[in-house]
Ligand binder design. Structure first.
Ligand SMILES: [Fe+2]
Length: 272
């Protein structure tokens, strides 16, 4: 019981040292974000990264990610995205839970169960949720001692009005199964959090609340011909997820980075 706070980061796409991605070094942006979190959100219970942790699934890229996220003063957990490599991730991070070869786990915060799903489908941009993974989720939904659930996954289980990605989310049949599984229990699923799109998105998914957090690396631009093919470099974003016994609340926070690569801090007290 009581209030818990979780920081959400999405799609950092860490590249190898000396490389750039769309003209930026994603590691520098993640470093500034980590510095900001430690300075202003050190009271959080947990930080979760919503997949596409690195660009090409390389050992050196995961090592860079580990060096940066290891500076966070709170527990950190990760989920798999389409740019990730499960085997390499497991080698570098040695996660405590990698049952059946999938990076899935249930974390308890008070009476809330956080279910971290693995929707990765190797060789595909789109995601999948096979029978093996379904069995794990059904078991957790049926047997968990929690009074409520939160679900974290990389691929959105619905189209999001971004044509380039609307056929590259979770497989539609798997998404249909997932919605039924999350809706049938007596214990509520308060929120579904996803990545992949590189935008802030809020959705009512046939009764379930779902949100994505804009990422820390290159971001999906919006224009009149919004097909999702162009990128820009807005400020990195983090999500602050407040978990109450009867509700969740998600605040989005941009990180303004100065010319020295440091996150800008609040400087004045608002009078209203
Ligand atoms: Fe991504």
């Amino acid at each position: 019981m009581g209030l818990h706070k979780v920081i959400l980061l999405s799609d950092p796409h860490i590249v190898s040292g000396g490389e750039l991605r769309y003209g930026i070094d994603p590691a520098k942006r993640l470093q500034a974000t980590v510095d900001f979190i430690n300075a202003f959100h050190g009271d959080a219970d947990l930080c979760i990264l919503l997949g596409d942790l690195v660009q090409e699934g390389r050992h050196d890229q995961y090592s860079r990610l580990k060096e940066i996220t290891g500076q966070l003063t709170m527990e950190v957990q990760f989920i798999m995205g389409n740019h990730d490599d499960r085997d390499v991730f497991i080698q570098i991070f040695d996660p405590a839970v990698a049952g059946d070869g999938f990076v899935q786990q249930e974390l308890m915060l008070g009476s809330t169960a956080l279910l971290l799903l693995d929707t990765m489908n190797p060789g595909h941009v789109s995601g999948a949720y096979c029978r093996q993974r379904r069995r794990w989720l059904e078991d957790r939904l049926d047997r968990s001692p929690a009074s409520q659930f939160l679900v974290f996954m990389h691929h959105p289980p619905f189209p999001v009005h971004v044509p380039k990605l609307d056929h590259k989310g979770l497989d539609p049949e798997d998404a249909q199964w997932l919605h039924a599984a999350l809706s049938r229990g007596a214990k509520p699923v308060r929120h579904v959090l996803f990545g992949h799109i590189h935008r802030n998105i809020a959705v009512n998914w046939n009764g379930l609340t779902a949100s994505s957090v804009r990422n820390t690396a290159h971001q999906r631009a919006r224009d009149l011909n919004d097909d999702g093919t162009r990128f820009w470099h807005g400020p990195p974003c983090l999500g602050v997820l407040y978990i109450h016994d009867d509700r969740t609340l998600l605040q989005m926070q941009d990180i303004i980075i100065d010319s020295d690569g440091r996150p800008q801090a609040p400087v004045e007290e608002l009078m209203c």
